[in-house]
Design a protein around this ligand. Structure first.
Ligand code: ARG
Length: 264
């Protein structure tokens, strides 16, 4: 019941967060996602902002991966707009691309089950680097990075103009499950992955970061191991952030994406 209230709160919060709710351009950059730093202009070229207050990632030239709770249903729709190609949403380099179709995790009801993923087919292909999806669970651990344009602290429902990043340590399923179940929140170990600074808090995703990526560096590339899904507040000690475990759904996600023939 408590978890349900939490989820509803998030959805209501998001509804009020249109694309117009950007931080003022003259606002000085603050050193914080929660507890992080500004991302470099070219570090995460595959991250996109959606006009419903969520984020997503380019997983192919034509498809954006996001959270299921960021998409209302599977079907044809031009109502989503992805801002792509710029960490600075106010930059003239940012390109807007409309959606064409959405495929949401089949049977998704809410974030409590873990199947919090959806793919959006764009109206046309874009020429930008894409993020890699995991081929197994080997990268589900270690030092992880979450990025987004969301709030920089709990309760601050503001969309940042510039992309932020923060390093969040992996938190194992056993620990994470204990934390949430002991407080009455549902935790599905096989489908969710947790990250955060358990002892000190202060580093986390927050409202407005949903649908964005939890990333693991693998050689010279980024692999997306999670999708920002839910949390209890933001950056609280003892409460890690909870993410869709991408390795668990990678086959379904790939199946939901039919690659377009190369242009030319
Ligand atoms: N559901 C939130 C959103 O819509 C993301 C919450 C993530 N919270 C956290 N503490 N990691 O943006």
């Amino acid at each position: 019941m408590r978890a349900l209230t939490l989820v509803l709160g998030v959805v209501v919060g998001l509804a009020g967060l249109g694309s117009a709710a950007q931080a003022r351009p003259d606002e000085p950059p603050r050193p914080e996602i929660v507890g992080g730093t500004l991302a470099g202009a070219t570090e995460f070229p595959f991250v996109v902002r959606l006009n419903n207050g969520c984020a997503g990632t380019l997983v192919s030239s034509r498809y954006v991966l996001t959270a299921a709770h960021c998409a209302s249903r599977t079907g044809t729709t031009s109502s989503y707009v992805a801002t792509i190609g710029s960490a600075d949403l106010g930059s003239g380099r940012a390109e807007q691309v409309r959606s064409e179709r959405v495929r949401r995790a089949p049977g998704f009801t809410d974030v409590t089950r873990g199947d919090d993923w959806a793919v959006i087919r764009l109206a046309h292909s874009v020429d930008l680097p894409v993020v890699a999806l995991p081929t197994g669970t080997a990268l589900d651990g270690g030092a992880l990075t979450v990025v987004g344009w969301g709030a920089t602290r709990e309760g601050a429902l503001i969309q940042q103009r510039r992309l932020r990043q923060v390093q969040v340590p992996y938190v194992g399923d056993g620990t994470c499950g204990n934390v949430f179940r002991s407080k009455g929140y549902p935790f599905v170990a096989s489908d969710m992955i947790c990250a955060g600074d358990l002892r000190n808090g202060g580093r986390d995703a927050c409202q407005g970061d949903s649908g964005g990526p939890l990333l693991r560096r693998d050689g010279g590339r980024w692999v997306q191991v999670g999708i920002v899904s839910w949390g209890v507040g933001c950056g609280r000690a003892a409460y890690p952030g909870v993410y869709t475990q991408v390795s668990r759904f990678a086959a379904d996600i790939r199946a939901a994406i039919e690659e377009q023939p190369a242009r030319g």
